[in-house]
Ligand binder design. Structure first.
Ligand code: ADP
Ligand code: ADP
Ligand code: MG
Length: 447
């Protein structure tokens, strides 16, 4: 049994993981950067150690330093959270070599799913529907043009190593594709250190619907329903909900079973998410697998009444999943709104000092916070500073609760996307469930 866990992350997710550790009487070790010295998660840990400078390369991505602290503090396991080192196979190998348990899947599986091309190959082999396209790296623009003719425009050019909405480019015709090829390759190289790209069909007016799975070391795998995450800006999620308003019971079950099949096919263990893109006819296609805890995991926790971090820790300790598929609750409706320190019109980050912070309280309202009153939001990290989660019996009630909560939310000193969130939840199209991935462009005046 784990006595002490190091959390190799920052902000709200570090606090979230520590909350479960406390519940389980597991001691926690935080690691932090200079810019985060005063962050709530540092104070909440039983022990905290400075990693180094504020840039992620000097701190949260410094594998040697993190391992050194883990050894020094005698932890049994490391929880990577999301982003940062959570999908870094080298880090997982280093943990294994040092006999530290990595709370997540094996290095081999992370590597496989980290390459979107390899993931597509594996899913095709397993019989999980993938977005029509190719499963090998494109050699040059000429080949890209030929493939696009075959698939039919519009097409999505994607970096195999891409993530966080970065490294994909939509092209409606030859000229756009030629331009996208060069630009996207450059961006992929600079962000991910790898330029290989593939192409898939652009799905018209789609929804992003993903399935949460849990798998233990023996291969027992269950699904915890879906999350719809179609409200996005720049291919990044802003609002997520569970269950999806769109799926029929039949498609819901089919997608859940497809996700379990996908996880089993690659020998997955721990919590993971299979992302699908779903078209207007409820055809669903595998997009990618995220081999970690997801930002939006709270909506699943709200409808299933399960603690996903606890499940991750149990599985990492070698415990079997005793829950049966038919026992998984799907109760009421949950919505998460990501609160970003950014200009609601331009989406540009808005760093600064939070001079006032007042959060709404009430039944069915949950907060995941990276900041407190007086916190300084720095430009070094993702601008997400909080998540507001509501749960109610029905979707209508959940939306109503969200609108009230956002009305009562006060953050001063920096700009946030709260005005944008209010526009979305107040919009008839959202209320009707017309939630496709181009929602913001279509319905909300964003420049
Ligand atoms: P999730 O897939 O958990 O819902 P996102 O889709 O928002 O989360 O982001 C995917 C991952 O990419 C997350 O782990 C997040 O930390 C990371 N990420 C988000 N934005 C960026 C960015 N601008 N650059 C690099 N990584 C990012
Ligand atoms: P990332 O690794 O950056 O999260 P994903 O492949 O998961 O990249 O795609 C992120 C988002 O981009 C999706 O949720 C969807 O909105 C959009 N997208 C990706 N691929 C397609 C596609 N083939 N057709 C339409 N939209 C797509
Ligand atoms: Mg994705």
């Amino acid at each position: 049994m784990f006595q002490k866990i190091l959390i190799a992350n920052r902000g709200e997710i570090a606090s979230r993981i520590m909350r479960t550790c406390k519940k389980l009487s597991i001691k926690t070790v935080a690691v932090y950067s200079e810019a985060d010295s005063d962050s709530p998660f540092v104070k909440e840990a039983d022990e905290a150690y400075l990693l180094g400078g504020s840039r992620v390369s000097e701190s949260y991505l410094n594998i040697d330093k993190i391992i050194e602290i883990a050894k020094k503090t005698n932890v049994s396991a490391i929880h990577p959270g999301y982003g940062l080192l959570s999908e870094n196979a080298e880090f997982v190998q280093r943990c294994e070599a040092e006999e530290l348990v990595f709370i997540g899947p094996t290095a081999d599986v992370i590597q496989k799913m980290g390459s979107k091309i390899e993931a597509r190959k594996q899913m095709k082999k397993a019989g999980v529907p993938i977005v029509p396209g190719i499963e090998h790296p494109l050699t040059d623009v000429k080949e890209a043009l030929l493939v696009a003719e075959e698939i039919g425009y519009p097409v999505m050019l994607k970096a195999s190593a891409g993530g966080g909405g970065i490294g994909m480019q939509l092209a409606y015709d030859q000229a756009e594709l030629e331009k996208a090829f060069v630009g996207n390759q450059k961006r992929a190289l600079s962000f991910f250190g790898e330029g290989s790209m593939y192409m898939e069909k652009y799905i018209h007016n789609p929804r992003h619907i993903e399935v949460q799975i849990l798998a233990d070391k023996s291969g027992e795998t269950i699904y915890l329903w879906e999350r719809e995450c179609s409200i996005q800006r720049r291919h990044q999620k802003v609002i997520e909900e569970a269950p999806s308003v769109f799926l029929t019971e039949e498609t819901r079950k089919e997608m859940g079973e497809a996700a379990v099949k996908a996880a089993r096919a690659i020998g997955y263990e721990n919590a993971g998410t299979i992302e699908f893109i779903v078209d207007e006819q409820q055809n669903y296609y595998f997009l990618e697998m995220n081999t970690r805890l997801q930002v939006e995991h709270p909506v699943t926790e709200e409808i299933t009444k399960l603690d996903l971090v606890e499940a991750q820790i149990d599985i990492a300790q070698g415990e079997p999943i005793i829950l049966k598929q038919e026992d998984i609750l799907n109760k009421g409706h949950a919505i998460e709104a990501r609160i970003y320190a950014e200009d609601p019109k331009t989406f540009y980050p808005s760093p600064g000092t939070i001079t006032t912070l007042k959060q709404p309280e009430g039944e069915g309202i949950r907060h995941e916070m990276a900041v407190k009153e007086g916190s300084v939001v720095t430009p070094f990290y993702d601008p997400m500073i909080a998540k507001l989660i509501v749960h109610a019996d029905t979707r209508e009630q959940a939306i109503e609760k969200m609108v009230h909560a956002l009305n009562d939310y006060k953050i001063e000193g920096i700009k946030t996307n709260i005005p944008l969130l209010m526009e979305v939840f107040g919009h008839q199209a959202f209320q009707k469930g017309d939630t496709t991935t181009d929602f913001l462009n279509r319905y909300i005046t964003v420049s």
